[in-house]
Write a protein that binds this ligand. Structure first.
Ligand code: ARG
Length: 462
């Protein structure tokens, strides 16, 4: 081996790699983020090697102390990462060698970078699932606070972004609490499924050393070792699940973000964002832009892009490890960073956002939002079949529209001219407030139902 060849694997090499080879091969630029998990994995591995008598206790002790020194150097920023050493695993091992000499060379017994990196990334993604779930919980709490404050504020509910039926602000907020709950549960499911340990699968086939995989698995908080060594080093489905679950979270947040953009516009004025979550324009002094909401909306593209990126890397890869798998990390890191950021930004926006109940009520009372209530009244009070009631109500809406009026502004005579069964009692159901109060079915928008949900969720989230 010449001096140029890689010290960690260059035994059979005469020359070092071309600069381009080094550039395409190296992952240290990004996988240094795995440092802490890599060292945790190595600590568990070394302890197991000593416990099984594969290395001596004194070597294990030297390795342990050396690794802790490496960790503190990395954490204090004094560690010098080298591209020539390719990745985080070899950077750490090479430095360990400098610190403690010979025992460092025994750390890689009964291990390969293939099971090592699979273990590191699982540990990293597992932590990220926990962090994302915590971020979701914080956002849910902010939404529940909004829901409680506005449990009985009426607003227009939309379909096709056309006024449909009145709903309550609280009900709208709680819809997102439910969506986010499924998101948290998806991340939790992924976390449970990924919680098996690849360490000890070695390069691909296992090892002839008498290792104790249960010991390393439990030391690292995994439920059990993975049962197939090829699967352990070859699959990244746990990362795909994390990315897919993250993309769904982001998709949900992008819908709320879009609503905030619409609601905060001068045409709607349903909500105003706080100064802390708005930006001005350098040319138009009147502007308050919902940039944070727009960026939450846009980052969905990035997170979904990471998912698509890794799916594409994985498809068609023959077992077991191929270097393609090194491309898993940047997708995971970028998506995870973006996800944490959008969750935090959305939580801040929702916390600070103030809805205007008067504007909401006015909007809820226009656009013939209580037409269904009128049709339902005809069914209930006049015994009409729903289709006939629908038709009569449609004619009343057309009449009101022609006169540029709301339904409640029509005279009784006008209403009777469309259907003789109509009496003055009908006015009771034409207001947006009575409309929402009447929607008491389970899961409906009535303030009392919303308050029940708020109480339930407060408990769940405490
Ligand atoms: N840096 C590599 C990765 O991230 C580590 C595994 C390398 N294994 C190998 N056989 N070259 O995938």
């Amino acid at each position: 081996m010449t001096d140029d060849a890689n010290k960690m694997w260059g035994g059979r090499f005469e020359a070092g790699p071309d600069a381009i080879m080094e550039a395409i091969n190296a992952s240290i630029g990004f996988d240094q983020r795995l440092a802490r998990h890599d060292i945790e994995g190595s600590l568990a591995h070394a302890a197991m090697l000593a416990a099984t008598g594969i290395i001596t206790d004194s070597d294990a002790k030297a390795i342990r102390e050396g690794l802790l020194t490496v960790l503190s150097e990395i954490e204090t920023g004094t560690f010098r990462f080298q591209v020539a050493l390719e990745d985080i695993h070899m950077n750490i091992e090479s430095h360990l060698q400098k610190l403690i000499g010979t025992p460092a060379g025994r750390l890689h017994t009964a291990r390969s970078r293939n099971d090592q990196v699979a273990t590191d990334l699982r540990l990293w993604v597992r932590d990220q699932c926990d962090a994302a779930i915590a971020g979701i919980r914080a956002l849910q709490r902010a939404l529940v606070d909004q829901a409680e404050a506005g449990a009985d504020w009426v607003m227009p509910g939309f379909t096709h972004l056309q006024t449909a039926q009145p709903v309550t602000w609280g009900h709208h907020m709680m819809a997102y609490v439910e969506m986010l709950e499924r998101d948290a549960s998806r991340l939790g499911d992924a976390r449970n499924r990924m919680n098996e340990c690849p360490l000890g699968a070695c390069a691909l086939a296992g090892t002839s050393f008498p290792i104790d995989r249960d010991a390393t698995a439990s030391a690292l908080g995994f439920d059990r070792p993975m049962a197939n060594s090829l699967d352990a080093v070859a699959d990244r489905d746990f990362a795909l699940e994390f990315l897919a679950a993250s993309a769904i979270v982001a998709t949900h947040l992008s819908r709320l973000a879009e609503e905030i953009v619409i609601w905060s516009s001068a045409q709607f004025r349903f909500v105003s964002l706080s100064d802390r979550y708005s930006t001005g324009s350098s040319i138009m002094p009147q502007k308050r832009n919902p940039d944070a909401a727009e960026l939450v909306r846009a980052k969905t593209g990035r997170i979904l892009g990471s998912a698509v990126g890794l799916f594409t890397v994985m498809k068609g890869l023959a077992l077991a490890y191929s270097k393609d798998l090194q491309e898993d990390k940047e997708q995971v890191f970028d998506a995870a960073d973006s996800l944490m950021l959008v969750l935090a930004a959305m939580e801040g926006m929702v916390r600070d956002m103030s809805a205007d109940p008067d504007v909401l009520t006015a909007a809820a009372s226009s656009g013939y939002s209580t037409s269904t209530d009128l049709a339902d009244w005809l069914v209930r009070e006049a015994g009409l079949p729903f289709r006939e009631a629908h038709e009569a109500t449609g004619r009343l809406v057309a009449m009101a529209e022609a006169e540029n009026k709301e339904l409640q502004e029509l005279t009784l005579e006008q209403m009777k001219s469309v259907h003789k069964a109509i009496t003055d009692q009908v006015r009771d159901v034409l207001g947006a407030e009575s409309s929402v109060r009447s929607r008491t079915s389970f899961g409906g928008t009535a303030p009392e139902r919303v308050r029940e949900q708020v109480v339930l969720w407060r408990e769940r989230l405490s």
